[in-house]
Design a protein around this ligand. Structure first.
Ligand code: GLA
Length: 731
């Protein structure tokens, strides 16, 4: 093993990545203690940081005898069980048959393996023997013989450590898991800030930075999805950390359902973080021999500030999480008919949009919601995945052939997890939805969640969808999910397993998506949940891109895309040009500005191209060509946030740098023009200081150092919401 070691004498484990080290130790009474995670500290084992004292009201385990300095209440631990005198948030809790719920987890054994572990039916990073190593530490509870396998995936080059937990009931009796976090980690005496990403529908992943305080802070979703409201990615960082400087730790959960990240600052100024499935309405019954696996937490450390932390995640997801062959390939630039037509279309209207798309140089036409069942509005039709021939006369294959004959690819929208009450599917199978007996249901957009914990339901829906996809050789699918999960009860599960429904629902989604990507390996797959309601690392395992937000306004998108960029690659953000006044907020912005903002993502259009003015059509043609010139930077380059839209009201700028540092693009928006203006200098990042770079517009040549340290002035005299565009190439 190259990157994982165990010192038999001191019982210290070390996990090494290129720029970080993670240490833990088997301490007294086989307690697995966390020692350190951070910058490389050479051959020092950090057990000197643990000082044991007799502390009031910190209880001691019985086997410690008269040693009153050994208390689980203050020791940093790798994975703590509830009920042993550690009164902080714990990683795990289980209810036993006798009604007790204590778990005392102690080290039993460990093994190391080449390559990265995988999880059954759950998304996770992958890595062969040349990329990753695995450490598996087995903890056990003596009374129940529950075995808790802590899994660590170590990606040396990527600077990433993943964690997950496999729980195996090797005892005779059933156990009900009440809480099984994917990771726990303690920091002794480190005063940090929390950065998290909150929001709402059409305003997702806004950024907030807060000091940690004594007590518990949490970031969580109970909506059955990772949600618009809170994202399963958080950062803990030094109080002084900035884009360029300081210790930063990232914690991402590759999971698309209920989650909770809790951070507790305790009485001793220690900080504990746990992250995993939300314990609310969660329990999982393990009979003798049963196994439960938690989702994966993906951790990264940067000593060089937030930009570097983001680069670690962007690169790691692109190389070892997103499986799609399109991950770094040019994606077809598309037009989507949603904001162009909503539900009001027929085959001729769609064909006209496709003709216009061809004329301006687009690659793909995407048919959004409304093509199936009786879907004339959002009250009906979900679940009936059969084309609506009143709207599309002659059927889908005919329309698709006409569109493909234009030389365009064809994509389609589906929402497989849902059913409308007004649908044939619901009339036939009213029991196929999540519904609590005797209670009236909550509706969301007039639709219900199918009970996809049931295999027959999943298979029925997917078979219908496959029939459509097979009939017309679809190139792209947009998988939507347009309500929060509620009425959480499955008639197919016994009463003592209802706590499993939320999680089984997510496993059902993953199984359906796995069926889709396995059957159609060449399909370009985009995830969506009312825009960015399920923008998480779990979804990226199945699809290389996710519709970032239903809000297509270029100015609001500056904040949404800024927040999203902390934890997710730019190449994963679906981003389109739409009309003005904008349909979500009524704002008017220049066409070119909308193009610049949409080019920081997977580019496309969401409008009726036939209604563009001749000038706008010309601009669109140029935008598409411009995007194709920078697309490789969006797909594979390093991304820098050069300004913070939450602080700067004058302009927002961002930068892409190619990995070889030979090319860079700075784009942005001037938000506000002022008379007698300040000269705003922007300072580039990531260039080679001694090399020379030529401004592609003016021909002026600068050293990399000049662009980074002396800066370049933004143009003066522009109006409000004007686009900013620079491109420099090494000469
Ligand atoms: C969601 C999506 C939109 C569109 C509509 C269709 O809101 O985010 O892009 O597909 O559904 O109903």
């Amino acid at each position: 093993m190259k990157y994982i070691s165990y010192d038999e004498a001191t019982k210290v484990f070390q996990l090494h990545t290129k720029n970080s080290v993670y240490q833990m130790q088997v301490a007294d009474y086989n307690t697995l203690v966390h020692l350190y995670y951070g910058a490389d500290i050479g051959d020092t084992q950090a057990s000197h940081r643990i000082i044991r004292l007799d502390r009031g009201f910190c209880v001691n385990p019985y086997e410690a005898g008269d040693d009153r300095t050994f208390s689980l209440d203050v020791l940093p631990q790798e994975y703590s069980g509830y009920g042993n005198g550690d009164y902080r948030i714990n990683a795990m809790e289980a209810e036993h048959e006798d009604g007790s719920d204590a778990l005392h987890l102690r080290y039993e054994s460990h093994k190391m393996m080449e390559g990265k572990y995988s999880l059954d039916g759950l998304p996770c990073m992958f890595g062969g023997a040349d990329e990753a190593e695995t450490l598996e530490i087995v903890l056990y509870d003596r009374i129940t013989n529950l075995k808790v396998h802590l899994l660590y995936g170590v990606f040396y080059e990527l600077d990433v450590i993943t964690r997950a937990v496999r729980i195996h009931n090797e005892g005779e009796r059933a156990v009900k898991i009440q809480r099984a976090m994917s990771m726990e980690m303690d920091y002794p005496n480190k005063h940090m800030d929390l950065i998290h990403f909150y929001g709402r529908h059409a305003m997702e992943r806004l950024t907030e930075r807060l000091p940690l305080y004594h007590g518990i802070q949490s970031v969580e979703s109970k909506r059955g999805t990772s949600s618009h409201q809170h994202n399963p990615f958080v950062i803990l960082c030094d109080k002084s950390a900035s884009e360029k400087l300081g210790d930063c730790y990232g914690f991402a959960l590759a999971y698309s359902g209920n989650f909770r990240c809790e951070i507790e600052v305790d009485q001793m100024e220690q900080t504990r973080i746990v992250m995993g499935i939300h314990p609310y309405h969660f329990s999982f019954k393990l009979n003798k021999g049963d196994v439960f696996e938690t989702p994966e937490a993906i951790m990264a450390y940067s000593s060089e500030g937030l930009s570097r932390l983001s680069h670690i995640y962007h690169d790691a997801y692109r190389s070892n999480l997103i499986r799609s062959k399109y991950v770094t390939m040019p994606r077809p630039v598309l037009v989507n008919n949603w904001e162009a037509t909503y539900f009001g279309f027929d085959e001729e209207k769609l064909y006209r949009i496709a003709q216009d798309a061809k004329e301006i140089g687009l690659d793909m036409f995407v048919l959004d919601d409304g093509w199936f069942g009786k879907r004339d509005n959002d009250n009906a039709g979900l679940g009936d995945w059969v084309v609506n021939e009143d709207k599309i006369k002659g059927g889908l294959p005919k329309l698709v052939k006409r569109i493909k004959d234009l030389g365009l690819k064809f994509g389609i929208w589906i929402e497989p997890e849902m059913v409308s009450e007004d649908s044939d599917l619901y009339r036939e199978h009213p029991d196929w939805v999540l519904r609590i007996p005797d209670r009236s249901m909550t509706r969301g957009r007039f639709q219900l969640n199918l009970d996809i914990t049931r295999k027959e339901v999943r298979d029925h829906v997917m078979q219908q969808i496959f029939r459509v996809l097979d009939s017309c050789q679809v190139d792209y699918v947009k998988w939507d999910m347009n309500r929060s999960v509620a009425n959480v009860y499955s008639s197919a599960l016994p009463s003592d397993r209802q706590g499993e429904v939320f999680h089984r629902y997510v496993l059902g989604v993953y199984e359906m998506m796995e069926q889709l990507v396995t059957r159609y390996p060449d399909l370009l797959f985009e995830n969506c949940s009312g825009g960015g309601g399920r923008f998480d690392a779990g979804m990226l395992y199945y699809s290389p891109q996710i519709w970032c937000s239903d809000n297509t306004d270029a100015i609001d998108r500056l904040k949404i895309q800024y927040g999203t960029s902390f934890g997710y690659p730019i190449s994963a953000m679906g981003s389109h040009v739409s009309v003005c006044p904008n349909h979500q907020n009524g704002r008017v912005t220049p066409f070119e500005t909308r193009g610049v903002v949409a080019s920081a993502g997977t580019f496309g259009y969401e409008l009726d191209l036939g209604r563009l003015t001749p000038e706008e059509k010309e601009m669109a043609k140029k935008q598409i060509l411009d995007y194709k010139q920078i697309e490789h930077l969006v797909q594979t380059g390093d991304y820098y946030r050069l300004s913070d839209p939450f602080k700067n009201n004058d302009y927002v700028v961002w930068q892409f740098v190619s990995k070889d540092k030979k090319e860079t693009v700075v784009n942005g928006v001037q938000l506000r023009n002022e008379p007698n203006p300040h000269i705003h200098l922007i300072y580039l990042e990531g260039l080679l200081p001694k090399e020379h770079y030529k401004d592609a517009q003016t021909g002026a040549v600068y050293t990399g150092a000049a662009l980074m340290k002396a800066g370049i002035p933004l143009p003066v005299g522009l109006g409000d919401y004007q686009p900013l565009k620079f491109r420099f190439v090494m000469v």
